[in-house]
Design a protein around this ligand. Sequence first.
Ligand code: GLN
Length: 533
Amino acid sequence: MTKYIFITGGVVSSLGKGIIAASLGKLLRARGFSVINQKFDPYINVDPGTMSPFQHGEVFVTDDGAETDLDLGHYERFTDTNLGKFNNVTSGSVYQRVIEKERKGDYLGATVQVIPHITNEIKSRIAGATKQFNPDFQLIEIGGTIGDIESLPFIEAIRQFKSEAGIGNAISIHCTLLPYLPTSGELKTKPSQHSVSVLRSYGIQPEILVCRTTRAIPKTEKEKLALFCSVPKDAVIECRDMKSIYEVPLALEEQNMADVILKMLQVPLKKPELKGWERLVERIKNPKKTIKVAIAGKYTKLSDAYISVVEALKHAGYSNEAAVEIKWINSEECIDEKRCKELLSDVQALVVPGGFGVRGIEGKLNAIKYAREHNLPFLGLCLGMQCAVIEYARNVAGLKGANSAEFDENAQYPVIDLMLEQKNVKGYGGTMRLGAYDCILKKGSVAQKAYGKEKISERHRHRYEVNNEYIKQISDAGLVFSGMSPDGMLAEVVELPKLDWFVASQFHPEFKSRPDRPHPLFKGLIDAAVKRI
Ligand code: GLN
């Protein structure tokens, strides 16, 4: 029978609840249990696909083509489990379903209300995921902060769910912040006490308290928290700031968090197998070298906008015993060759990540030209590949007026064009080419050797593609189209095999990288970068 663990947050937002939920998932997986994580987001967007990365960070794409919250990326990376559309639920998607049902007449005669209709729909999303995956543990994180108006229906739904599940079948974890006051030299527990009392006023008594803090919590303060918040002393868990997020599971394990939870959920204890993870953390904490990788993009002010890219680069670094330092470059600054040289001469690799819209494109093209001409290891992701094709078309294949139809509808040579299947698509929500598709790699190509196989499956999120009318001319000029869709109609990977590493993909490899299993394309990039120091 599935056991349920709800995770809420209080005091402030951005507490790292996602990392805590992912870390607990890891600890349970390390004990051989099956685990799925769910994220409930209280905003009205049906999914985050239409939100600006400035607002909400990266949109994480699952195999089944769901556009989801970036926390799903953490869940997948920590628990090594592929998730899907059931794992992210938003208020928007809940209301949409209830309103659809109302219009169909499913509630004929009834007044449709937040309780019970919205809360029932939320509960059915929990039950639906249980039915689909039948996990030993289902971890459900509620976005936002306790006290927010918009998360109330979710909180009420978990209150109901907990009492219906019965004692020993569902618990809740509340994550809070213990601020440190330098003037008195104290960690303060009062905001956490208040946060728990707000949660209690909604009918939820947390069983576990996870306290984010910058320093060790004294025993007396732990006891105070236990007393005032009505949790056992061993259920007050300290979660200190760490250099690497991958240390968090080990810090929680040291405090027996998973065992405390297993006891509460009446599950026999098991020993965790964390040796591999400990070795990983050892490697992360003791890098032998540091390499600098430039990411030239548009959303560089918010590193969360490219979080899977950053993590994938780090993962590839770990396997090389190298720390990866990111140099964020606003591509609009890459105005000419001289500026590119200034910006890129101190890095060992360049990544041009995904993106939308024309702003900063010319700078990306300049940066890619610099990488190509100076043999700087380069990886292009989605938009980054489209830019690599445009750059090559313009500067090598003699197609000076090459562009993407996304940036110039009247481009002389639209080497990147809207996909046929996209031509009649109206509306923006969930309408791109999304999720996992197969790709066939050319035997002996750089990409094929990196993967060690010819047939791969990767995740996509795009509307535009390489225009097949130009493939011959561009490949005659030397750019190798080394990955195609199985029907041969869609360019998926391009490369310049003569350079140390110049590979770009229409798909997003970053979504499938794992801390202890770096993605081959990122590994190839970092392997080449390491050779330059
Ligand atoms: N804007 C491009 C497209 O829609 C690239 C998308 C992306 O980088 N995710 O095809």
